[in-house]
Design a protein around this ligand. Structure first.
Ligand code: TRP
Length: 341
């Protein structure tokens, strides 16, 4: 994005949004409908900054070859989903050294007790009991650095990241309290919330690619036949009525997904499928999802082949991100008392 555009945006005082996603190897339909699709829609009304959070990803062990591939694929897939580098700043976190630097500083303004209370840390340290590394523990201060470096006003996050955002706010307020206003205190973005997509196999749980049962989730890059197979196997109930209801978590989820991809309300959907069987409905949802994913998959196939284009985009993103974030880092360091370079 050109300097002019950014400057105009600054004078118009569009609110700034920051968000990031980890390059996990699989971006699910849940990630897409719950978060990414909304990022794309925010691009016209906000000054958006997005990143592939690859520094966060090494809190669990990564295989170098696969990791490298996952980072590039995550970048390409986000472009394919509609992140537009003419409208938004979009970069790879590890390319912008200010993130690791501010994270260190913020670590010294974050209390052991606060980090110990993070539910994600408690969960992950149980799951990866053989590798409870310090990075896993201090991960929220890196996330705070991501957000605070850009003076973001708003951060769209899911339920699972709320506590980390709250901590980012506390760190910002603490630092501002000690040294005077340095960081914008970010608010959670509460807009048109994305769909909460549940597991297709156990619909009281959120759809997650870490589910042992691969039929529980659909990946944005799953082949059409795989998508269809997973929807056909989706768990429902014995009630045989297509409507929203208590104890009908599977059907509620399918109606929610159908509504998210077609834009129809759940009332319209239940009216349309009234009297039809679950089999027909599952096929219809599968087809609708396949159609939603088709253009994304086509764009992804095009981008991932064009390494030069991807490189050009992420370089441009990193260059701009460094410029903005360096200002904040310098300001924070000066306040602490570091000698200017
Ligand atoms: N921690 C987030 C996740 O795992 C990803 C992330 C990193 C992020 N930095 C961020 C999200 C800053 C919002 C803002 O989903």
């Amino acid at each position: 994005m050109s300097e002019e555009i950014k400057e105009t945006q600054a004078t118009e005082r569009k609110k700034r949004i920051f968000s990031a996603i980890q390059p996990s190897g699989t971006i699910t339909l849940g990630n897409y409908l719950g978060a990414l699709r909304n990022w794309v829609n925010l691009q016209d009304s906000y000054d958006c900054i997005f990143a592939v959070a690859d520094l966060h990803a090494i809190t669990v062990r990564q295989d170098p070859k696969i990791f490298k591939k996952n980072i590039l694929e995550a970048y390409a897939l986000l472009l394919a989903c509609g992140i537009d580098t003419d409208k938004s700043m979009f970069f790879v976190q590890s390319h912008v050294h200010t993130h690791a630097e501010l994270a260190w500083i913020l670590n010294c303004y974050t209390q052991f007790g606060e980090l110990s209370r993070m539910t994600q840390f408690k969960d992950k340290s149980q799951k990866h009991a053989d590798n409870v590394n310090a990075g896993l523990f201090t991960y929220p201060s890196l996330m705070a650095a991501d957000i605070l470096l850009y003076q973001a006003d708003l951060v769209p996050v899911g339920e699972d990241q709320r506590q980390h955002l709250e901590l980012s706010r506390n760190i910002a307020e603490r630092f501002n309290g000690l040294y005077g206003k340095t960081f914008t205190v970010p608010e959670p973005y509460i807009g048109r919330v994305g769909a909460r997509v549940m597991s297709l196999q156990n619909p009281i749980k959120k759809m997650s690619k870490s589910d042992e049962n691969a039929n529980a989730w659909v990946a944005v890059l799953d082949k059409p036949e795989t998508v269809m197979k997973k929807f056909k196997r989706a768990v429902t109930d014995s009630d045989a009525r297509i409507c929203i209801g208590e104890g009908k978590d599977g059907i509620n989820n399918l109606i929610g997904i159908m509504s998210a991809v077609t834009g129809k309300t759940s009332d319209e959907i239940t009216a349309e499928y009234d009297g039809k069987g679950y089999g027909d409905f599952k096929t219809a949802v599968g087809e609708a999802v396949i159609e939603e994913l088709r253009p994304i998959q086509e764009r992804f196939a095009k981008y991932i082949k064009d390494k030069a284009y991807l490189e050009e985009q992420y370089r441009k993103g990193a260059e701009f991100a460094l410029k903005i974030s360096q200002r904040t880092l310098d300001k924070a360091m000066k306040k602490i008392g570091y000698l200017p370079k």
